[in-house]
Design a protein around this ligand. Structure first.
Ligand code: HEC
Length: 157
């Protein structure tokens, strides 16, 4: 299991010579929140391409499907330590919808994240094969999104 705690001091020391700790701390938490939301948007973008093909909304294209699956897999495999920093939960950082359970139940969160990594890796193998294979791999990808959002994503801000 990967540890989700990161010394914010390390980040601050690396990025800013912040004389006021409190400001640097808040900035580091906001930066991490923005970065992980961008990571999720990237995941959502590529899932959308695959989902549209699975539904028949866009024509199946093996090269495009493979590209989307590879990017989805890469985004899903990013190291979570620097993205999900304790203290950046909903209410603490503007725009965050991260539930505190991400840290209090770190093993469960990691399990859901690995479920997406696994499903995305399977999609890389399936997406370029044919439309039926893509469709068959889509279920596990969608389930991974839904399971994690249900448990660890808070309501709209
Ligand atoms: C391991 C948990 C986890 C998995 C798996 C996961 N998400 Fe998320 N996702 C979250 C959390 C938590 C947030 C809220 C983050 C925040 O607001 O700081 C989020 C936010 C988002 C957002 C909003 C980003 C923004 O700009 O606010 C999108 C879009 C998204 N997820 C799409 C997806 C899709 C599509 C999948 C599946 C392919 C997926 N997610 C899988 C946990 C997960």
């Amino acid at each position: 299991m990967r540890h989700l705690k990161l010394s914010v001091l390390t980040l601050v020391a690396a990025s800013l010579a912040a004389p006021v700790f409190a400001d640097g701390h808040a900035a580091a938490l906001e930066a991490a929140t923005k970065a992980r939301k961008a990571n999720m948007s990237t995941i959502g973008y590529h899932t959308g391409i695959l989902g549209a093909m699975a539904k028949g909304d866009t024509p199946y294209d093996a090269a495009v499907a493979t590209a989307a699956a590879e990017n989805l897999s890469a985004a899903a495999s990013m190291n979570r330590i620097v993205l999900w920093i304790e203290g950046s939960e909903q209410g603490a950082v503007p725009g965050s919808r991260a539930k505190t359970e991400i840290w209090s139940d770190a093993a469960g969160f990691e399990e859901d994240a690995v479920a997406l990594e696994t499903a995305a890796a399977a999609m890389v193998a399936a997406a370029g094969t044919d439309l039926d294979s893509l469709r068959a791999a889509m279920g596990a990808v969608g389930a991974a999104c839904g399971d994690c959002h249900k448990a660890y994503r808070g309501p709209s801000n």
